[in-house]
Design a protein around this ligand. Structure first.
Ligand SMILES: Cc1cc2nc3c(=O)[nH]c(=O)nc-3n(C[C@H](O)[C@H](O)[C@H](O)COP(=O)(O)OP(=O)(O)OC[C@H]3O[C@@H](n4cnc5c(N)ncnc54)[C@H](O)[C@@H]3O)c2cc1C
Ligand code: SF4
Ligand code: SF4
Ligand code: SF4
Length: 342
């Protein structure tokens, strides 16, 4: 060997994440690496907007199989397709109504069908501490509690962190999980992995419901909004991001708007490296774009997704129509790809 030759030391898996994802500011914050880590090596650092190492690593490699932003995995995820594989695309509305639904309440209705029909033991969704407007992943066992967690939480993609406790419970065999496209990508990777710890998580997820997502915001959003509007966070009833504006409904019934461009400083850094708008690896994807107000756009992708969709339709949980404007979905998805440099 020549004297000047250097051999790069082998990196431990979390060091590979550090080198290739965290330090490059492309971490999606999906917490899949934390969810699969049997040694509790990793914890999410809200200040850094990414995980960091807090305990010794046992080199099991599960986190590398899970990470949707690792170069080896991302190359199989990024594509110019916006809508992706599907069996059906429909306008959907829940047969029940609630002011908490973000759009047509399709996600809540599909999850209600899954729980009512005993297809899953629980649903893992994103709740909100409505006093502080802070996100809280929630495990829901009863369809009645689902409505409390309806609506979009634009400040978190952290549902997977909560799966760690669920998988320890031998009584919980099947979960329905809702997540943004980055979460869905991570679960897609876990489903294809042969790592035993990755599969422990993946095998519990019977239905994977993805939400369309243009971008998400960090924890500073609630403070930013309440400062701009001069209201306490608890006065906020609902937020809707659409057509370049964030509409904020207050408890007194008034609606205030803020251009999304003015909130660019609150967008999570990792969202700028995101190439999926419609959660292409979900069993069912749901968004608002493409449907009329008060309806949800539903893309059914897998046989499992179709089974749940049919059970919800035939069981009277949802109403279904044709006529989704797929051109509008394509346009928004292409805008995201272009904005993020793909
Ligand atoms: C960050 C973000 C960005 C989005 N951007 C777009 C967009 O650009 N265009 C578009 O058409 N649609 C977007 N959506 C999806 C849209 O806002 C609705 O969530 C979707 O249409 C479902 O509405 P619904 O009435 O059927 O759902 P609901 O019946 O209201 O139920 C929503 C379900 O999703 C769960 N949930 C909410 N937020 C999260 C979250 N962060 N992570 C995991 N689960 C969650 C809730 O707990 C609830 O179970 C976005 C959603 C999020 C969270
Ligand atoms: S998942 Fe395995 S390899 Fe990754 S940090 Fe945890 S113990 Fe280490
Ligand atoms: S993208 Fe997700 S899996 Fe990858 S390092 Fe970030 S939090 Fe972990
Ligand atoms: S844009 Fe949405 S899907 Fe992409 S990283 Fe951000 S939260 Fe995840």
């Amino acid at each position: 060997m020549l004297e000047n030759d250097t051999i790069k030391p082998m990196l431990l898996p979390y060091q590979e994440l550090d080198e290739n994802v965290w330090r490059k500011d492309i971490c999606a914050g999906c917490r899949a690496c934390i969810a699969v880590c049997l040694a509790d090596t990793l914890a999410f650092d809200p200040k850094l907007n990414r995980p960091s190492q807090i305990a010794p690593c046992v080199d099991c490699g599960a986190c590398l199989d899970a990470c949707p932003r690792l170069p080896a995995n991302i190359k199989n995820i990024v594509s110019s397709e916006i809508i992706g594989p599907h069996l059906e695309i429909k306008n959907v509305r829940s047969k029940t109504s609630s002011e908490r639904f973000q759009n047509g309440g399709a996600v809540t209705a599909l999850l209600s069908a899954a729980l009512d029909e005993d297809l899953v033991d629980c649903a893992l969704v994103m709740g909100l501490d409505r006093w502080a407007q802070k996100p809280q992943p929630r495990v829901v066992h009863d369809a009645k509690d689902l409505e409390k967690c309806a609506g979009s939480v634009y400040t978190s993609n952290a549902v997977l962190e909560a799966i760690k406790d669920i998988i320890k419970d031998p009584e919980t065999k099947n979960i329905a999980l809702v997540g943004t496209p980055c979460t869905v990508q991570a679960v897609g990777l876990l489903r294809r992995s042969s790592n035993e710890y990755a599969l422990k998580v993946a095998n519990k997820i019977r239905f994977l419901i993805g939400l369309f997502c243009f971008e998400a915001f960090d924890d500073s959003l609630a403070e930013e909004i309440s400062g701009r509007l001069g209201v306490q966070p608890w006065r906020i009833n609902k937020m809707i991001a659409a057509n370049g504006m964030l509409s904020v409904s207050l408890r007194d019934g008034s609606i205030k708007t803020i251009p999304l461009s003015e909130l660019a400083g609150c967008v999570k850094p990792g969202c700028r490296a995101c190439a999926d708008f419609t959660a292409k690896q979900a069993d069912i994807s749901v968004g608002s774009i493409g449907s009329a107000p008060g309806m949800s756009t539903v893309i059914v992708r897998s046989d499992e997704g179709m089974g749940l969709f049919k059970i919800a339709e035939e069981g009277g949980f949802i109403e279904v129509w044709d006529g989704v404007r797929t051109d509008a979905i394509e346009k928004a998805g292409n805008l995201k790809l272009k904005r993020n440099g793909f």
